[in-house]
Design a protein around this ligand. Structure first.
Ligand SMILES: C=C(O[C@@H]1C=C(C(=O)O)C=C[C@H]1O)C(=O)O
Length: 368
């Protein structure tokens, strides 16, 4: 008996839902008509005074059972959705979004194709540039492994002002010299918008570090030059904030952007940061940009670099970044997590034997 009653009531609800659906869409069409008239008269589509009046009317007429505040909230959502409907669909979709560009952004750095499905790139090098000899030793190993991209920090934004801050421009000069000698492309972090123009002469990829992910002036400066940019996810940035940071660069005209997941801050202390591994396929779904994983900073642990790199490749990353130092124990930064040359060779051999590297698997998420 009770079930029959529920069925009958549900039937009524279905009818009401149908009516609401029709009414909401009918309403939207009228809002669109008003929008078109406003456009011809050069008027603003959004009218807060008119919206206030309607909310007041709801308040006057409401006899419950809903609270007026609840109804006002629902109606405000309807106003908002109706206004959004009028926006140019293209304006809403970010330039970096898959909606805007379904195919992957693919570009070349020093003969290395970045962002093509089934092709992965490794970036290796020391955390910080300490000397010519140190960088050259790593470059030799990187080259021997058949890699084409060398990293090295010249400007080091450190947590403590008393920690090694990097060699600055001198560091960039060392990187350039080594890169030329070993025919490698170099990637290095720039922290000051004023240094971007100068850096372009020395480096092949501008890195924007996690701490600067929302340094909007820096993002704009990086968007105004003709150099690929590797943008790291901020320490506590959501995926949406990360995507918007990339949009800052691309909206300035530079579409060669690599997104780099580097772990986020959580309560977990077993690793330096928590590698948000599923951000990789999410970023690949939401954007058309190449997505890399920095296994060094996300884990902060040498023993986790290999499994994290394999996980990154397995889940669809376009590349992996890993730190290598000739003698990590004496490194001026990140000594607990850099690989020495032997460890790096083993790491690369394991990766190459894993079946995960540069396989063309049409079912992998990177083939979207
Ligand atoms: C429809 C209009 O334009 C906008 C949309 C509104 C709505 O959805 O009801 C209300 C006010 C404006 O923000 C209007 O001015 O009446």
């Amino acid at each position: 008996m009770a079930n029959v009653q529920i069925e009958e009531l549900r039937k009524k609800l279905d009818e009401i839902n149908d009516n609401l659906l029709d009414l909401i869409n009918e309403r939207a069409e009228i809002v669109q008509q008003i929008g078109r008239v406003k456009k011809t008269q050069g008027m603003n589509r959004f009218d807060p005074v008119r919206e206030r009046k309607m909310l007041d009317m709801i308040s006057e007429k409401n006899e419950g059972p809903f609270e007026t505040s609840t109804l006002q909230h629902i109606f405000k959502e309807i106003f908002k959705a109706s206004l959004e409907l009028q926006e140019d669909d293209h304006r809403k979709a970010l330039l970096v979004s898959r909606k805007r560009q379904p195919e992957n952004t693919v570009f070349d750095i020093n003969g290395e194709t970045i962002g093509r499905s089934g092709t992965q790139t490794f970036i290796a090098g020391p955390c910080a540039v300490e000397s010519y000899e140190q960088v050259a030793e790593v470059a030799k190993a990187v080259k021997k492994q058949g890699l084409k991209l060398l990293r090295g920090g010249a400007f080091k934004p450190r947590t403590s002002p008393y920690d090694f801050q990097g060699l600055g421009e001198e560091g960039l000069k060392i990187l350039k010299k080594v890169a030329d000698e070993y025919d490698l492309a170099v990637i290095s972090e720039i922290v000051n918008p004023a240094d971007i123009e100068k850096a372009v002469d020395y480096i092949d990829v501008i890195q924007i570090g996690a701490r600067n992910m929302q340094n909007f002036e820096l993002l704009k400066a990086a968007g105004s030059v003709d150099k690929p940019v590797l943008l790291k996810r901020g320490l506590s940035a959501t995926i949406q904030e990360f995507i918007n940071a990339a949009e800052y660069i691309v909206s300035r005209g530079n579409n060669r952007v690599i997104l780099c997941e580097r772990g986020i801050r959580t309560y977990e202390k077993a690793t330096r940061n928590t590698l948000d591994i599923t951000s990789v396929p999410i970023l690949k779904q939401e954007t058309h940009l190449p997505v890399f994983v920095d296994v060094t900073h996300s884990t902060g642990r040498r023993d986790l670099l290999l499994p994290a790199a394999k996980a990154g490749l397995a889940i669809g990353a376009d590349g992996i970044m890993v730190e290598v130092h000739p003698d990590p124990a004496v490194a001026l930064s990140d000594s607990a997590q850099q690989l020495d040359i032997n460890q790096f060779n083993k790491f690369m051999d394991e990766i190459k034997n894993s079946g995960l590297y540069n396989k063309t698997d049409k079912t992998s998420p990177s083939t979207i």
